[in-house]
Ligand binder design. Structure first.
Ligand code: HEC
Ligand code: HEC
Length: 197
């Protein structure tokens, strides 16, 4: 093959690619989305954060790696990743453990200090993970006691009906790992959701 033939084939190739790809941004709005557009749109919030997805570590939250936190705060429910709340929320939660959603929680001083340091230093405002950024943005200056009170989290679950949440296998929206099968790995992608019967 001569250099010229190769060049012409290269041009033809580019043309084919662009012919297929260009109309999708303009004309395809009302049609079934193409598979590659679904990948591009994977994150359905139109807020210019798509580029963050190239780094998968930034899509996922860090796994809980503090044994004291896991043991003490994972005894009754899923051990929530610290990145799911700002430090001000964690401080409020730790300051009200004598009435923790109707439960009384006792911690010795050492454990309490370890848990507080862990939660504070890994909280949402210090994270560049996509979800944590969205959580901070949606909170503005609110300091909720619950992850499930965060506007971003509420919005993401508006299609889950109260009857579904009442199922014995779920109980409440607080039970993240009932539906997010990879929650403990810090992965909350919609592809990894299975709502139990
Ligand atoms: C004795 C059981 C128990 C222990 C131990 C416990 N919790 Fe809880 N926690 C609860 C209950 C009950 C709820 C409310 C769950 C619900 O509404 O379904 C809750 C809810 C929460 C929520 C809010 C979840 C949501 O709805 O967004 C957070 C955050 C939380 N706990 C953090 C902690 C932390 C931090 C610790 C450790 C210091 C801890 N919990 C230890 C019982 C416990
Ligand atoms: C009853 C099942 C259920 C429970 C419990 C639940 N989720 Fe979800 N979650 C869903 C569903 C369904 C979606 C929406 C998936 C979609 O958009 O297709 C979702 C979406 C999300 C998203 C957005 C994912 C994305 O790709 O945009 C995040 C983040 C999330 N959940 C976090 C949590 C956290 C944190 C908890 C616990 C405090 C929780 N969820 C509890 C079912 C659940």
């Amino acid at each position: 093959m001569s250099k010229k033939t190769k060049f012409i084939m290269f041009l033809a190739f580019i043309l084919i690619i662009f012919n297929g790809a260009l109309p999708l941004s303009v004309a395809d709005d009302h049609k079934e989305k193409k598979w590659y557009q679904k990948i591009l749109d994977h994150d359905d919030d139109n807020d210019n954060e798509k580029h963050r997805d190239d780094d998968h570590n930034k899509s996922y939250l860090k796994q809980v790696n503090n044994p004291i936190y896991k043991e003490e705060c994972g005894a009754c429910h899923f051990a929530y990743q610290p990145e799911l709340l700002p430090s001000a929320s964690w401080i409020r939660i730790l300051a009200t453990l004598d009435d923790h959603f109707g439960e009384m929680i006792e911690l010795d001083d050492d454990s309490r200090k370890i848990i507080e340091d862990y939660l504070k230093s890994n909280s949402a405002e210090y994270s560049s993970a996509k979800r944590a950024v969205k959580i901070m943005r949606s909170l503005r200056n609110q300091v909720p006691l619950r992850i499930t009170d965060i506007p971003y989290i509420i919005k993401k679950h508006h299609e889950v009906s109260p009857n579904v949440l009442k199922r014995e296998s779920i109980g409440s929206l607080s039970n993240c790992s009932a539906c997010h099968i990879t929650a403990k790995d810090g992965i909350y992608e919609d592809d990894n959701v299975i709502i139990p019967k």
